[in-house]
Write a protein that binds this ligand. Structure first.
Ligand code: AMP
Ligand code: GLY
Length: 421
C-alpha cells in the first residue's frame, strides 16, 4: 500500500513511525513533514488544507490510503474531497468534524444521545450570556464555539471573570470562533482521554492517556498544547472505560449516523471522572498531540491495520493485540514557550540515542539544514519510551532527555507524577 499522511508534528512522526513498521506499507509520503519524519519517509510540500491539491497529489503518486493528522484539514472538508475522488481516507467528513469545530453542535448531539456532560447554555449575544452567568453563578466555563487553537476556553472562578470572558469573546478576541459562546457548568474530577476508532457504525477503543497541559512542574503556569503524556491512564479503569463507551461514545456515534453524518476516523473523548462516573468534556476529531506518541509506541505496526479497517468499515472484525505495557512522552520545548521563543537553535546528541520499539525521539518542530537539526517550533521534541511499568518507561524517557544537547530547550521533570504518586 502507498500511504500519505498529512501533518508535520510529533503526532504525525509517531503515526509515520508506526505505519512504516507494517510490511503492508510499500511507500510512505508525509506532507509537509519535519526533520525527524524525513529520516524515515519522503516529505512533500503542498497546501494540506486544500482538498483539491491533496487529491491531485494523491492521484499523481498512486496513493492507496490517506491518513489525516490535524483537525484543520478535516474541518476544511479535505476528507470529503478525497472520498469524492475515490480515495480511501482515515478521518471524518467536514460535517462530522463539527464534533471538534463547534462546541454547541457537540452539546446538542450529547443532549440527543443523553450522554453525560456538563449542563450548558448556547448564546449568540452577550446580554443573554451574562444573564445566564448571573443566574447560575461561578465557577463556570466560558467557551468560544469554534476552533480557537486550544485557547478558547476560560475557566472562570468568579462571575466577574466570566462576564469579562464573555465581553472578550463577543468583542472578537477569538475572531469568528467567538461569534457564538457556550457557557458550561464547571465539572470537578480527574481528566483522562479515551481514543476510539469509528468506521461509521462500529467502534473500537484503542487506548487511554493523560496529558500535562500546564507548562510548569506540579501542573502550574500557563496552558500549553501538552508538555507530556502517558498511557494507559490509571484513572480510566476497565469499568469506567466501559461506561464511557456505553453511555457516551456509542450513543453519540449512533446519533451522528442517524443524522446522516456517520463518523469515521479516530474520536478523542476528553473525559472528566468523578465517583466512578465519566462525563464528556469535549470531543476532538483527531489523535491528541502528544497523546498519539504514547499510543503509537504501544500499538506499533498494528496501528496501520486498525486505521485501515476503520477506513474500510471493517472494525466489527478488528481487535487490538494488547501488551501489558506503559508508555510515556516528555515534550522538550523552546525556552519561552508557550510565549514567544527563538527559532533556529541547533539540537545535538540525537544520533547517539537508542531507536527501537521501546525508545524513540519523535520530532515536533524541527528542520534539517546543512546536516544539522534545528528547532523551529514551540514544542520541538517528544522523547518517548515504553516499559513494563510506568516507572520503567519514565526512567528510559528521562535517560534519553538527558542525552539531548540543546541548551535553548526546557522540559518538565515530573511527567506522570499523578499516576506514580
Ligand atoms: P478544551 O479546550 O475544550 O479542551 O478545554 C480545555 C480544558 O478546560 C479541558 O481539558 C478541561 O481541563 C477544562 N474544561 C473544559 N470544560 C470544562 C468543564 N465544563 N468543567 C471543568 N473543566 C473544563
Ligand atoms: N494534547 C491535547 C490535544 O491534542 O488536544
Amino acid at each position: 500500500m502507498n500511504i500519505l499522511i498529512l501533518g508535520s508534528g510529533g503526532r504525525e512522526h509517531a503515526l509515520a513511525w508506526a505505519v512504516m513498521q507494517n510490511p503492508k506499507c510499500d511507500k510512505l509520503i508525509v506532507a509537509p513533514g519535519n526533520a525527524g519524519i524525513a529520516q524515515i519517509a519522503d516529505c512533500a510540500a503542498f497546501d494540506i488544507e486544500d482538498g483539491g491539491a491533496v487529491a491531485a497529489f494523491a492521484e499523481e503518486n498512486a496513493i492507496d490510503f490517506v491518513i489525516v493528522g490535524p483537525e484543520a484539514p478535516l474541518a476544511a472538508g479535505v476528507a470529503d474531497r478525497l472520498r469524492e475522488a475515490g480515495l480511501l481516507v482515515f478521518g471524518p467528513s467536514e460535517a462530522a468534524a463539527k464534533l471538534e469545530a463547534s462546541k454547541s453542535f457537540t452539546k446538542e448531539i450529547c443532549d440527543a444521545a443523553k450522554a453525560p456532560t456538563a449542563g450548558y447554555g448556547h448564546f449568540i449575544d452577550a446580554d443573554a450570556a451574562k444573564a445566564h452567568v448571573r443566574e447560575h453563578g461561578a465557577p463556570t466555563v466560558v467557551k468560544a464555539d469554534g476552533l480557537a487553537a486550544g485557547k478558547g476556553v476560560i475557566i472562570a472562578m468568579t462571575e466577574d471573570e466570566a462576564i469579562a470572558a464573555i465581553d472578550d469573546m463577543f468583542g472578537g478576541a477569538f475572531g469568528g470562533a467567538g461569534a457564538e459562546v457556550v457557557i458550561e457548568e464547571f465539572m470537578e474530577g480527574e481528566e483522562a482521554s479515551l481514543f476510539v476508532l469509528v468506521d461509521g457504525e462500529d467502534v473500537l477503543a484503542i487506548g487511554s492517556a493523560q496529558d500535562h497541559k500546564r507548562v510548569g512542574e506540579g501542573d502550574t503556569g500557563l496552558n500549553t498544547g501538552g508538555m507530556g503524556a502517558y498511557s494507559p491512564a490509571p484513572v480510566l479503569s476497565a469499568e469506567i472505560e466501559a461506561r464511557a463507551m456505553e453511555e457516551i461514545v456509542k450513543p453519540t456515534m449512533r446519533v451522528m449516523a442517524e443524522r446522516g453524518m456517520p463518523y469515521q476516523g479516530v474520536l478523542y473523548a476528553g473525559l472528566m471522572i468523578k465517583d466512578g462516573q465519566p462525563r464528556l468534556v469535549e470531543y476532538n476529531v483527531r489523535f491528541g498531540d502528544p497523546e498519539c506518541q504514547v499510543l503509537m509506541m504501544r500499538l506499533g505496526a498494528q496501528a496501520l491495520d486498525l486505521m485501515h479497517a476503520a477506513a474500510e468499515g471493517r472494525l466489527a472484525e478488528a481487535q487490538v493485540n494488547w501488551a501489558d505495557d506503559h508508555a510515556i512522552t516528555v515534550v522538550m520545548a523552546a525556552a519561552g514557550y508557550p510565549g514567544s521563543y527563538e527559532k533556529g537553535s541547533e539540537i545535538k546528541g540525537l544520533d547517539a540515542l537508542p531507536e527501537d520499539s521501546s525508545n524513540m525521539v519523535f520530532h515536533a518542530g524541527t528542520k534539517a539544514e546543512d546536516g544539522k537539526v534545528l528547532a523551529v517550533g514551540g514544542r520541538v521534541l517528544n522523547v518517548t519510551a515504553r516499559g513494563e511499568t510506568l516507572q520503567e518507561a519514565r526512567d528510559r524517557a528521562y535517560a534519553m532527555v538527558d542525552g539531548v544537547d540543546w541548551p535553548q530547550g526546557f522540559f518538565r521533570r515530573d511527567i506522570g507524577w499523578r499516576a506514580l504518586k
